[in-house]
Design a protein. Structure first.
Length: 193
Protein backbone atom coordinates (compact mmCIF):
# COMPACT_ATOMS: atom_id res chain seq x y z
CA UNK A 1 0.00 0.00 0.00
CA UNK A 2 2.81 2.43 0.83
CA UNK A 3 4.30 2.04 -2.65
CA UNK A 4 1.05 3.04 -4.33
CA UNK A 5 0.91 6.19 -2.20
CA UNK A 6 4.44 7.13 -3.24
CA UNK A 7 3.61 6.62 -6.90
CA UNK A 8 0.74 9.05 -6.67
CA UNK A 9 2.83 11.73 -4.99
CA UNK A 10 5.66 11.28 -7.49
CA UNK A 11 3.28 11.64 -10.41
CA UNK A 12 1.86 14.89 -9.05
CA UNK A 13 5.35 16.24 -8.52
CA UNK A 14 6.18 15.43 -12.18
CA UNK A 15 3.07 17.32 -13.28
CA UNK A 16 4.06 20.35 -11.19
CA UNK A 17 7.56 20.34 -12.72
CA UNK A 18 5.93 20.00 -16.16
CA UNK A 19 3.80 23.08 -15.48
CA UNK A 20 6.82 25.08 -14.30
CA UNK A 21 8.94 23.97 -17.26
CA UNK A 22 6.60 25.20 -20.01
CA UNK A 23 5.25 28.66 -20.76
CA UNK A 24 1.71 28.79 -22.21
CA UNK A 25 0.65 31.68 -24.44
CA UNK A 26 -2.96 32.06 -25.54
CA UNK A 27 -2.82 33.30 -29.14
CA UNK A 28 -6.47 33.35 -30.19
CA UNK A 29 -9.89 32.48 -28.83
CA UNK A 30 -12.94 32.09 -31.02
CA UNK A 31 -16.60 31.93 -30.03
CA UNK A 32 -18.69 29.78 -32.33
CA UNK A 33 -22.47 29.32 -32.27
CA UNK A 34 -24.54 26.35 -33.35
CA UNK A 35 -28.14 27.26 -34.06
CA UNK A 36 -30.57 24.63 -32.79
CA UNK A 37 -34.31 24.46 -32.29
CA UNK A 38 -34.17 25.98 -28.80
CA UNK A 39 -31.77 28.81 -29.66
CA UNK A 40 -27.98 28.95 -29.95
CA UNK A 41 -25.38 26.68 -28.38
CA UNK A 42 -22.11 28.55 -27.88
CA UNK A 43 -18.71 26.90 -27.92
CA UNK A 44 -15.14 28.15 -27.81
CA UNK A 45 -12.02 27.33 -29.82
CA UNK A 46 -8.58 28.23 -28.45
CA UNK A 47 -5.13 28.39 -30.07
CA UNK A 48 -2.26 28.02 -27.59
CA UNK A 49 1.53 28.09 -28.05
CA UNK A 50 3.67 26.25 -25.49
CA UNK A 51 7.44 26.42 -25.11
CA UNK A 52 10.24 25.90 -22.60
CA UNK A 53 12.15 29.08 -23.63
CA UNK A 54 15.20 26.90 -24.30
CA UNK A 55 14.59 25.81 -27.89
CA UNK A 56 11.37 23.77 -27.81
CA UNK A 57 7.99 25.02 -28.99
CA UNK A 58 4.64 23.57 -29.99
CA UNK A 59 1.11 24.72 -30.73
CA UNK A 60 -2.31 23.19 -30.29
CA UNK A 61 -5.96 23.98 -30.67
CA UNK A 62 -8.82 22.91 -28.45
CA UNK A 63 -12.59 23.19 -28.59
CA UNK A 64 -15.03 23.05 -25.68
CA UNK A 65 -18.21 24.59 -24.29
CA UNK A 66 -16.19 26.59 -21.71
CA UNK A 67 -13.11 28.78 -22.29
CA UNK A 68 -10.84 27.23 -19.60
CA UNK A 69 -11.54 23.72 -20.88
CA UNK A 70 -10.72 24.76 -24.47
CA UNK A 71 -7.43 26.32 -23.30
CA UNK A 72 -6.54 23.19 -21.30
CA UNK A 73 -7.19 20.92 -24.31
CA UNK A 74 -5.14 23.20 -26.57
CA UNK A 75 -2.16 23.30 -24.21
CA UNK A 76 -2.20 19.50 -23.86
CA UNK A 77 -2.12 19.11 -27.64
CA UNK A 78 0.67 21.70 -27.87
CA UNK A 79 2.81 19.75 -25.37
CA UNK A 80 2.34 16.61 -27.49
CA UNK A 81 3.50 18.43 -30.65
CA UNK A 82 6.76 20.02 -29.43
CA UNK A 83 9.48 20.80 -31.98
CA UNK A 84 13.15 21.34 -31.10
CA UNK A 85 14.77 24.33 -32.82
CA UNK A 86 18.54 24.95 -32.73
CA UNK A 87 19.35 28.50 -31.58
CA UNK A 88 22.54 30.49 -32.11
CA UNK A 89 23.98 31.66 -28.78
CA UNK A 90 20.55 30.84 -27.28
CA UNK A 91 19.13 34.12 -28.57
CA UNK A 92 18.50 34.02 -32.37
CA UNK A 93 18.30 31.71 -35.38
CA UNK A 94 21.31 30.28 -37.20
CA UNK A 95 20.09 31.44 -40.61
CA UNK A 96 17.18 33.19 -42.34
CA UNK A 97 14.13 31.07 -43.12
CA UNK A 98 10.80 31.13 -44.90
CA UNK A 99 7.71 29.13 -44.00
CA UNK A 100 4.35 28.57 -45.64
CA UNK A 101 0.97 27.24 -44.68
CA UNK A 102 -2.08 27.84 -46.81
CA UNK A 103 -2.19 31.50 -47.78
CA UNK A 104 0.23 32.38 -44.99
CA UNK A 105 3.90 33.01 -45.65
CA UNK A 106 6.41 34.20 -43.07
CA UNK A 107 9.99 35.41 -43.46
CA UNK A 108 12.33 35.08 -40.46
CA UNK A 109 15.66 36.95 -40.32
CA UNK A 110 18.45 36.60 -37.80
CA UNK A 111 19.29 39.75 -35.87
CA UNK A 112 22.25 41.15 -33.93
CA UNK A 113 22.13 41.37 -30.12
CA UNK A 114 19.84 44.09 -28.77
CA UNK A 115 17.38 44.01 -31.66
CA UNK A 116 14.57 42.36 -29.72
CA UNK A 117 11.60 40.48 -31.12
CA UNK A 118 10.19 42.41 -34.07
CA UNK A 119 7.19 40.34 -35.11
CA UNK A 120 3.40 40.31 -35.24
CA UNK A 121 1.18 38.94 -32.48
CA UNK A 122 0.93 35.20 -33.23
CA UNK A 123 4.57 34.99 -34.36
CA UNK A 124 5.71 36.92 -31.28
CA UNK A 125 4.02 34.33 -29.05
CA UNK A 126 5.93 31.53 -30.82
CA UNK A 127 9.29 33.32 -30.51
CA UNK A 128 8.84 34.24 -26.85
CA UNK A 129 7.81 30.68 -25.99
CA UNK A 130 10.82 29.39 -27.91
CA UNK A 131 13.23 31.68 -26.08
CA UNK A 132 14.37 33.80 -29.04
CA UNK A 133 15.45 37.30 -27.99
CA UNK A 134 16.60 38.83 -31.29
CA UNK A 135 14.70 38.28 -34.54
CA UNK A 136 13.00 40.20 -37.32
CA UNK A 137 9.93 38.53 -38.83
CA UNK A 138 7.36 39.50 -41.43
CA UNK A 139 4.05 37.86 -42.25
CA UNK A 140 3.01 38.05 -45.89
CA UNK A 141 -0.48 37.10 -47.04
CA UNK A 142 -2.89 36.08 -44.35
CA UNK A 143 -3.38 37.54 -40.89
CA UNK A 144 -5.22 34.40 -39.72
CA UNK A 145 -3.48 33.41 -36.44
CA UNK A 146 -3.79 29.66 -37.11
CA UNK A 147 -2.03 29.91 -40.48
CA UNK A 148 0.57 32.38 -39.16
CA UNK A 149 1.53 30.04 -36.30
CA UNK A 150 1.67 27.01 -38.60
CA UNK A 151 3.82 28.89 -41.15
CA UNK A 152 6.16 30.07 -38.38
CA UNK A 153 6.60 26.55 -37.02
CA UNK A 154 7.18 25.33 -40.60
CA UNK A 155 10.01 27.87 -40.98
CA UNK A 156 11.50 26.89 -37.62
CA UNK A 157 11.47 23.18 -38.54
CA UNK A 158 13.79 23.99 -41.46
CA UNK A 159 16.47 25.43 -39.16
CA UNK A 160 19.77 23.55 -38.96
CA UNK A 161 22.82 24.21 -36.84
CA UNK A 162 26.41 24.36 -38.15
CA UNK A 163 27.26 21.01 -36.53
CA UNK A 164 24.54 19.19 -38.51
CA UNK A 165 25.52 20.96 -41.76
CA UNK A 166 29.20 20.10 -41.22
CA UNK A 167 28.36 16.44 -40.56
CA UNK A 168 26.18 16.28 -43.67
CA UNK A 169 28.88 17.83 -45.89
CA UNK A 170 31.82 16.04 -44.28
CA UNK A 171 33.47 19.31 -43.17
CA UNK A 172 34.59 20.78 -39.87
CA UNK A 173 32.32 23.12 -37.92
CA UNK A 174 35.01 25.82 -38.06
CA UNK A 175 34.86 25.74 -41.89
CA UNK A 176 31.11 26.38 -41.84
CA UNK A 177 31.29 29.17 -39.24
CA UNK A 178 34.34 30.69 -40.98
CA UNK A 179 32.35 31.00 -44.19
CA UNK A 180 29.51 32.69 -42.33
CA UNK A 181 31.94 35.26 -40.87
CA UNK A 182 33.40 35.92 -44.33
CA UNK A 183 29.93 36.43 -45.79
CA UNK A 184 29.05 38.91 -43.03
CA UNK A 185 32.27 40.87 -43.65
CA UNK A 186 31.54 40.95 -47.38
CA UNK A 187 28.02 42.19 -46.72
CA UNK A 188 29.26 44.96 -44.38
CA UNK A 189 31.81 46.18 -46.94
CA UNK A 190 29.13 46.30 -49.63
CA UNK A 191 26.84 48.39 -47.37
CA UNK A 192 29.62 50.93 -46.69
CA UNK A 193 30.59 51.34 -50.35
Amino acid sequence: MAREGNKGRGRNRDREEDRDEFVDRLVAINRVAKVVKGGKNFGFAALVVVGDQKGRVGFGKGKAREVPEAIRKASQEAKRNLVRVPLREGRTLHHDAEGRHGAGKVVLRTAPPGTGVIAGGPMRAVFESLGIQDIVAKSIGTSNPYNMVRATVDALKNQSNPRAVAARRGLKVSDIIGRRAEAQQDASTVDVA
